[in-house]
Design a protein around this ligand. Structure first.
Ligand SMILES: [Zn+2]
Ligand SMILES: [Zn+2]
Length: 132
C-alpha cells in the first residue's frame, strides 16, 4: 500500500514536468503537484526529482542560481535570460562533432556536452527596448 502511494506520487511529479515546457524549477513543480495532491510535502517532491534524474526520466539543468528540470528528449542547447531568468530551448542542432573532436584531442570518453547561452529574451528585449 505504502509502495503504491510512492509510485503514484512519482508519476504525478513526472506528469507535472511533462505538462510544462518552460523548464520548471523544483519549487514550481512542487506548486503544480500540490494542486493535485494537497498532502504532498516539499521534501517528497525534491527527493523524487532526484530519483527521476537517476532513473534517466528527467534532465536536471544545473544553473548558477536555480536548478531546473525537463523531460528527457533529444540533446539540445539552452538559453537563459539574464534579466528574467527564463530558460528556453535553442533551435540549434546538437553538435555531435564537438564531442568527437574533444574525445580525440583529450583522450577522454565524451558522452555529451551542455551549452547555456546567455542574454536577453524576446519579452525582456521588448520591455526594455534593448536592441542588438
Ligand atoms: Zn527575459
Ligand atoms: Zn530544454
Amino acid at each position: 500500500m505504502k509502495m503504491q502511494r510512492k509510485t503514484r506520487q512519482r508519476q504525478l511529479i513526472l506528469d507535472a514536468i511533462q505538462a510544462r515546457c518552460d523548464h520548471p524549477s523544483a519549487g514550481e513543480i512542487y506548486l503544480d503537484v500540490r494542486k493535485i495532491d494537497s498532502k504532498i510535502s516539499r521534501g517528497t517532491v525534491y527527493r523524487n526529482l532526484n530519483v527521476l534524474v537517476k532513473q534517466g526520466k528527467i534532465l536536471h539543468i544545473k544553473l548558477p542560481y536555480k536548478d531546473r528540470y525537463e523531460p528527457i528528449k533529444q540533446p539540445h542547447y539552452h538559453f537563459r535570460c539574464s534579466i528574467c531568468g527564463a530558460i528556453a530551448d535553442v533551435p540549434l542542432p546538437y553538435d555531435k562533432d564537438l564531442d568527437d573532436r574533444t574525445a580525440k584531442e583529450s583522450g577522454f570518453i565524451v558522452e555529451s556536452h551542455r551549452i547555456i547561452f546567455e542574454g536577453f529574451c524576446i519579452d525582456c528585449q521588448r520591455k526594455k527596448s534593448i536592441t542588438k
